[in-house]
Write a protein of this length. Structure first.
Length: 185
């Protein structure tokens, strides 16, 4: 969950940069990106509250470095946005929403069983908020518009392959730091 907090903060920066790039010519797209960013700003607080029930402080969260795969993802998004405009970030946001729709409820339910429901109220609120705002569908439409204006299907598919590789790298890093390191003890 600490990584989620850190990722949300960094994603908001990436979204703001994509919005900045879109504002130089495609106001409709910029408006959609602005609505999404406005919906997402502050969501890390939901997870911070959950972490506080586990004894993790905001100071500890702020002192934590992101995993290398997260840093690589954010670097990729910055470079890709510089080169190709907001399409890669819009696609990244859709990918996160798609992934969340498919897996976050099961993860949150498992965490509630393991640590108690009080430790997952924020995560559940985030899932419920995303569902009520239709973020998966919203970002799919936004991505389609961004790819049409700033990219191509081939570039979008190439970005998705990179996102899948970076996601695999992130979860491998998390697994190694948690499960594998505990097994060695």
């Amino acid at each position: 969950m600490v990584e989620v907090v850190l990722q949300i903060r960094l994603n908001n920066v990436a979204d703001a940069y994509a919005l900045y790039k879109a504002s130089y010519g495609d106001y409709r797209l910029a408006g959609k990106l602005a609505r999404y960013l406005a919906d997402e700003i502050g969501h890390e607080g939901m997870f911070v509250k959950d972490l506080s029930h586990l004894g993790v402080t905001l100071e500890q969260i702020n002192a934590t470095d992101v995993y290398p795969a997260t840093a690589k993802t954010m670097g990729y998004l910055r470079i890709a946005t510089d080169e190709r405009g907001p399409a890669p970030v819009a696609l990244w946001d859709w990918y996160l929403e798609w992934w969340s729709d498919r897996y976050m409820q099961a993860i949150t339910d498992a965490a509630a069983r393991e640590f108690g429901a009080q430790c997952t109220h924020g995560a559940q609120a985030h899932i419920d908020l995303d569902d009520s705002h239709g973020h998966d569908d919203m970002m799919f439409a936004t991505t389609a518009q961004a790819v049409e204006a700033y990219g191509s299907a081939n570039k979008a598919y190439a970005d998705l392959e990179i996102f899948l590789d970076l996601g695999t790298e992130l979860y491998t890093q998390m697994f190694d730091e948690t499960v594998t390191s505990r097994a060695a003890v």
